[in-house]
Design a protein around this ligand. Structure first.
Ligand code: SPD
Length: 280
């Protein structure tokens, strides 16, 4: 870290760009069995979590990510009783899932127990997601965990790190096939699918194989100012439901970003994405 600044520039995909935030100090630095975990306090963005030098979230804008990774699929599935969150060790996705009264059971499969422990201490406004009685956390490798589950989940949400390090296996075709098998017959999967500006080859490859696995495959966007390029996208893969024509007007309390208008708008992509997601 430069004195007084957090500099996130270790990701090769950024091609010399970086995100630089004015820091008030380091609160935690830990090397777990899997990855480097850091928490800083910042002048303008609240506390910030980095994993392997890449910004995972800031308190100031995490709502735009977590609301969109969760409320899009849960507003499309008519009765999402059983939900699996892959990754999600900060608790932000779980916090949003438990806002849905039709959800009865939430499994969180996080490989790194130390991420949860650090977030419980430093990011209680996210980690409170783990306190709901419907939530159970499994500290396992999701690529193995998912193989044991057949026809179990209504919705799977993959809130992963980047496709380097422990998160790499979550971007592979066999993982998407295993998730398909772990879903009920009308299940929906949403996965963190990176920035359309930085990861076009990755998104293309996800679409190429997912069109052979799921009957509906879409990419949608949210805005996160502290991520490089300021935007990040998600893959929406479904066995049955369409993200637009099957959208329900569920009343979800206490949201700051998600609305049904944002839901619809988030599937409208810039022209260059046509060839990226065409699957050709
Ligand atoms: N390139 C940054 C991707 C970060 C995605 N995961 C964020 C974790 C928030 N729960």
């Amino acid at each position: 870290m430069e004195s007084g600044w957090i500099v996130s520039d270790k990701n090769d995909m950024l091609k010399g760009r970086c995100v630089k935030l004015r820091s008030k100090g380091l609160l935690e630095l830990k090397q777990s069995k899997f990855q480097k975990i850091e928490v800083y306090d910042t002048v303008h963005f609240g506390k910030v979590l980095l994993i392997d030098d890449i910004i995972m979230l800031s308190e100031a804008d995490e709502f735009a990510y977590h609301e969109m990774i969760v409320h899009v699929p849960l507003s499309v599935h008519p009765e999402p009783e059983r939900v699996l969150i892959v990754g999600g060790g900060d608790g932000g996705a779980a916090r949003e899932v438990v806002k849905h009264s039709d959800v009865k059971e939430v499994h969180v499969c996080e490989i790194d127990e130390e991420v949860v422990e650090v977030c419980r201490r430093h990011l209680p406004a996210l980690a409170c997601g783990f306190d709901d009685d419907r939530v159970e956390v499994f500290y396992e490798d999701a690529a193995l965990f998912i193989k044991e589950k057949k026809g179990l989940y209504d919705v799977i949400i993959v809130d992963s790190t980047d496709p380097i390090g422990p998160g790499e296996s979550l971007f592979r075709e066999d993982f998407y096939r295993d998730m398909h098998a772990a879903l009920r017959e009308d299940g929906v999967v949403v996965t963190q699918s990176e920035s359309m500006f930085d990861y076009r080859d990755l998104i293309s490859s996800l679409f190429r194989f997912n069109k052979g696995i799921y009957s509906k495959v879409y990419y949608y966007l949210t805005l996160v100012p502290t991520y490089p390029s300021g935007t990040i996208g998600f893959s929406f893969c479904s066995k049955k439901y369409d993200p637009l024509s099957d959208l329900k007007d569920k009343k979800i309390p206490g949201l700051m970003y998600y609305t049904s208008e944002i839901h619809r708008a988030s599937f409208v992509l810039p022209g260059f994405m046509g060839s990226v997601i065409s699957g050709d």
